[in-house]
Structure formats: C-alpha cells, structure tokens
Design a protein around this ligand. Structure first.
Ligand SMILES: CC(=O)SCCNC(=O)CCNC(=O)[C@H](O)C(C)(C)COP(=O)(O)OP(=O)(O)OC[C@H]1O[C@@H](n2cnc3c(N)ncnc32)[C@H](O)[C@@H]1OP(=O)(O)O
Ligand SMILES: O=C([O-])CC(=O)C(=O)O
Length: 375
C-alpha cells in the first residue's frame, strides 16, 4: 500500500454514479422518488402507483393504472414448478434463501431470461413484482403447516397479500399500514443491495441474477435483516423495566443495536415518522400498549445514551408483528417492495453501463520467490 492510496472503507462518502430514481437528502432528512416526497406519497397513492412511478418516472394516469394493475393481477399465480420447489425445501430453510431460490428458478424457467431489451426487462420486473407476494405467502403458510391460498384478482396488491398469507383480508387500517410500509421500503438510492444489483448488471449479467444477488445482500442484519432483528431485540428486552439493564449489557459488550443508525442519515431516517405513525395505528387497533410502551422506552433510552436515531426497520419490525406476520417473513416482505427500486436501478445501469470494478490497496507480504520443492 502506498502513502497516496486513500482507502474509502465501505465506500463511505464515495459518489459512484448518477441516478434519477430517488434522492436521499441527509441534511434535511428527506427522501424523494422521482421528485415526489415519499412521506407525501405514503397515504396519498397506492403502492401500485409508486411501483409505476419508480419504473416510469411519472405517476400513472387512470388508464395507465388500470392496465398496469390488470397485468399485475393476471401474473400473480406461481408456476406449479416454482410452488413445488418452495415446498421441497426443508421447513427450516432461511426464508430469504427460499425467496432467492424461487427468483433464480423463475429466471431459469423464463425463455426470455437472456433477452436484454428494455421491454423484456420491464416484463421480467413486473413478473417478479407480481409473484413475490405469492412466494412469501406460500413460505409463511408452510411454516405454519397450512396449504397455499390462491391469489384473488378482485383485490389490490396489499389486500391480496394478506388473503394469500392468512386466508382473509383484515380491517382496512391494517391493509393501509402495510401499503404505507411497501411505499417506504421501495427505493433508497445506492444502498448495499441495490448497489449489488448494479454491480451484477454492470457485468452484462441478466436481471434475475442481479435480483438474486440483491436478495443475498438484503438478508444481512446491517441492512434489510435488521427489521427481524429489531423484533428479536424487543422480545428479548421484554419489559420497560428491563430496558436499562439490557442496554447496559449490550452497550457494555459493544454490541450494535439493530434498527438504529444509518450510513446516510445521521439525524434520523426520513421514513421513520411516517412508519412510526403506521405502527402506532396498529398498536392502537390491536390494543398493544405494552409493545408501544416498550418501543418508546427503548428508543428514548438508546437515543439519549448514543445520540443515534432509529432507521425504518425500527418501526416496521413491530408493525409487521402486530399485522400477524411471523418474524422470519419481515425481510422477505422488504424484498416484495424493494424489487421495484432494484429493477429500476438495473434499467438505469443497463442504459448507461460501465463495469463496476474498484481498486484495492495491497497490504500482504512483499513479492517473493516460490520455494523449490524438496526432493
Ligand atoms: C433499511 C436499512 O437497511 S437501514 C439499516 C439497518 N441496519 C441496522 O439497523 C443495523 C444497526 N446499525 C448499524 O450497524 C449502523 O448504524 C449502519 C451499518 C446501518 C451504518 O453504519 P456506518 O455508517 O457504517 O457507521 P458505523 O457502523 O461505522 O457506526 C459509527 C459509530 O456508531 C456506532 N453505531 C452505529 N450504529 C450503531 C448501533 N445501531 N448500535 C450501536 N452503535 C452503533 C458504531 O459502533 C460506531 O461507533 P465507533 O465510532 O465508536 O466505532
Ligand atoms: O440506504 C441504506 O443504506 C439502507 C436503507 O435505508 C435502505 O436500503 O432502505
């Protein structure tokens, strides 16, 4: 390693490329999708409209939305081979491995997998967006010893996901809170999983490979896996009285507390206030005052000790719990939403590609001769 080689560990602070999809502004704690503030989109439009916006750059007109939702509803059912693959995996397979395997298999079955035109790639993205809910719901049901529920073309995206997971659609407030979470999770510039998708795309590999790689990156607890880890933490802490002793121990052991901190936002995640409201609405609807009290006490204590604020995974984990999902489903649910952002970035990378291949600074042993073999 030479003295003038500056290392950007974790690529922190490095601007790698341009994007027109979303803007994360850490100074003002704001986030826009195609120019629209996300907290204004949430509650004003549906996740389907946001998916269209992310891919096409504009919100759909009424007729565009009708055609778009009709295409999504028509493609929801899984190929029986994909269903069989999911059901053939061991019951304790990590749900993110199930999702990753299913996406790779859908790619394997697609005769157009290697066709790289914008039209073919949009069709692949729409298919994954339409089918991921069926994958996540089927895996949820098999964990609970239940048979698959067919998609219902009469229902919107979020209501249909509940029907496929639980066999029924809950009250509107729950569907709305879920839809808001889908909008908030959809896109976040060059986060680790999106960047993974762009790296894979930059080699001219196909969309399914890029999405499968992104799923692998999202699985980790420092990224998407944190929403599951938050629930595990809240369950381990258990009560408001245990918050201080639990944090004494965790911070004493220099453990990271999941659901707090962010690479870009240092004064709080712009999406948290909206998701927090959705969580509070769920807690009120379910009478879950103990969980809400614990959530508030834990946040207050952690922020006062560390000055590090919650990220989106902090409110979304307990919100999904109150909606009835098991904890293993939380990160797969994130995939259902982020498929929109990932694939928009894949399109952008393809449209203006450069192989992503940074440099490294060697710090191993100096060059030396290979020793002669004895005998
Ligand atoms: C949707 C999403 O993906 S949002 C992110 C979800 N991930 C999590 O919630 C995991 C917990 N959070 C973290 O690990 C981090 O905050 C990250 C990885 C998200 C971002 O971190 P970075 O920008 O790389 O900062 P880094 O990890 O270097 O943290 C800076 C300092 O704050 C501390 N810190 C940051 N987050 C936390 C945390 N959650 N708990 C305890 N300490 C933390 C670090 O230990 C470090 O302290 P030090 O300077 O004394 O070593
Ligand atoms: O931007 C990041 O690093 C992580 C994040 O919040 C996201 O992907 O939504």
């Amino acid at each position: 390693m030479t003295q003038d080689e500056k290392i950007y560990k974790g690529l922190a602070g490095v601007v790698v490329d341009t994007t027109a999809i979303s803007k994360v502004v850490q100074e003002t704690n704001s986030l826009t999708y195609r120019g629209y503030p996300v907290q204004e989109l949430a509650g004003a439009v549906s996740f389907e409209e946001v998916a269209y916006l992310i891919w096409h750059g504009e919100l759909p007109t009424a007729s565009q939305l009708e055609e778009f939702t009709a295409r999504e509803r028509a493609q929801r059912a899984l190929d029986p081979k994909v269903k069989d693959l999911i059901l053939s995996l061991p019951a304790d397979t990590h749900p993110m491995h199930v999702v990753q395997a299913a996406v790779a298999y859908i790619g394997g079955l697609d005769p157009d997998a290697e066709v790289e035109t914008p039209e073919a790639n949009l069709a692949k993205a729409e298919r994954l967006y339409a089918q991921l809910p069926a994958i996540v719901a089927l895996d949820h049901r098999r964990r609970h010893g239940l048979d698959a529920v067919d998609p219902d073309p009469e229902l919107g995206y979020s209501a249909n996901f509940f029907k496929m997971t639980f066999g029924e659609v809950p009250e509107q407030a729950t569907v709305d809170a879920f839809d808001i979470s889908m909008i908030l999770y959809a896109e976040h510039s060059f986060n680790a999983s999106t960047f993974t998708a762009r790296v894979i795309t930059s080699t001219t590999s196909d969309l399914y490979s890029a999405v499968a790689g992104a799923i692998g990156a999202l699985k980790g607890a420092l990224h998407g896996g944190a929403n599951e880890a938050v629930m595990a933490t809240l369950e381990e802490v258990g009560s408001v009285e245990n918050v201080k002793p639990w944090l004494d121990k965790a911070l004493g052991e220099k453990r990271k507390v999941m659901g707090f901190g962010h690479r870009v936002y240092k004064n709080g995640d712009s999406r948290v206030p909206t998701m927090r409201k959705a969580f509070e609405a769920m807690a009120e609807a379910k009478g879950a005052t103990e969980l809400l009290d614990l959530y508030n006490a834990f946040e207050e204590e952690f922020v006062s000790r560390k000055g590090i604020y919650p990220n989106l995974d902090y409110p979304s984990g307990p919100a999904y719990h109150l909606m009835g999902f098991d904890t293993q489903a939380f990160t797969p649910i994130f995939v259902m939403s982020r498929i929109t952002g990932w694939t928009a970035h894949i399109f952008e990378q393809q449209a203006s590609n450069a192989l992503i291949r940074p440099l490294s600074a060697y710090n191993g042993v100096d060059q030396r001769p290979v020793p002669a073999r004895e005998g």
